[in-house]
Design a protein around this ligand. Structure first.
Ligand code: ADE
Length: 257
């Protein structure tokens, strides 16, 4: 079955970028099943209210747990179409993803983990966030809940974060990416190093030339040069990543760099 993705938001149009390019093609080809829902569909008042003032005071607005509860009960509990309710259900891993700057940091490891799920529900909060009892309730109900931050900066809402998370996860689904080799080689993969710089023709451009080793056809020397460049680049740009490198993964030539 394709990876099922449900996004609940008060700005469904924000997610329309996902219909473009790679992710859009994957959805059109049935590799992922992406559905976007308007949270206001679960309101019952004339003004379709989704927020209220924070208990205890303070600035901004907080999203109401009752509206979110109705929405998530339905989106999490939905039966697969065409499957009789009595048929035995195959084991299905469902994850409730709640983007928030107060969450654990979303990394390539998180993306790899989420790509192994069958169903992701992304609950996009706006304003100062979603009433904290929503995450608490679904956790207590046995749902796997992941409150995720895409980085140490504050967005106006979870929508941009949901787009980031969906793109990072969907490209790991088999068949979505044209070239599966790109998934293993790229930055932040298991090697723990940034990717080496890349070059193409023309060989000389504005008097700039890449390392001539890349033109020599010696695959061993090419690999060594790229590894050196990756190490240098990582040391300069991401000293934190160098500190976390497993010393057992460094060879003598690495140490010379
Ligand atoms: N919502 C607001 N800021 C966010 C962030 N940095 N990551 C995820 N969701 C957010």
């Amino acid at each position: 079955a394709p990876l099922r993705l449900d996004v609940v938001t008060i700005f469904p149009d924000y997610l329309r970028v996902l219909n473009l390019s790679l992710i859009g093609r994957a959805a059109a080809e049935g590799l992922i099943d992406l559905r976007v829902h308007d949270l206001r569909a679960w309101t019952h008042d004339r003004h379709r209210t989704v927020d209220d003032t924070p208990l205890g005071g303070g600035p901004g607005m907080v999203m109401r747990p009752d509206v979110w509860g109705l929405a998530l009960d339905e989106v999490l509990g939905r039966e697969e179409e065409g499957r009789p309710a009595t048929a035995p259900e195959p084991p299905r891993r469902q994850v409730l993803v709640m983007p928030t700057p107060a969450g654990e940091v979303f990394t390539q490891r998180t993306a790899e983990d989420l790509a192994g799920a069958d169903h992701l529900v992304l609950a996009c909060g706006r304003y100062e966030g979603i009433d904290a009892r929503v995450a608490e309730h679904y956790r207590e109900a046995g749902v796997e809940v992941r409150e995720l931050s895409i980085g140490d900066y504050v967005l106006n809402g979870g929508e941009a974060a949901a787009v980031v998370i969906i793109e990072a996860v969907a490209r790991l689904v088999p068949g979505v990416l044209g070239n599966p080799g790109s998934v293993v080689e790229e930055s932040h993969s298991r090697a723990g190093l940034l990717e080496h710089p890349v070059y193409t023709r023309p060989v000389t451009w504005r008097s700039l030339e890449p390392d001539p080793v890349l033109l020599g056809g010696d695959h061993g020397r090419v690999a060594r040069t790229r590894r050196d460049q990756a190490l240098l680049r990582t040391a300069v740009r991401r000293p934190d990543m160098v500190e976390r490198l497993d010393p057992a993964e460094l060879d003598a030539a690495d140490r010379a760099v």
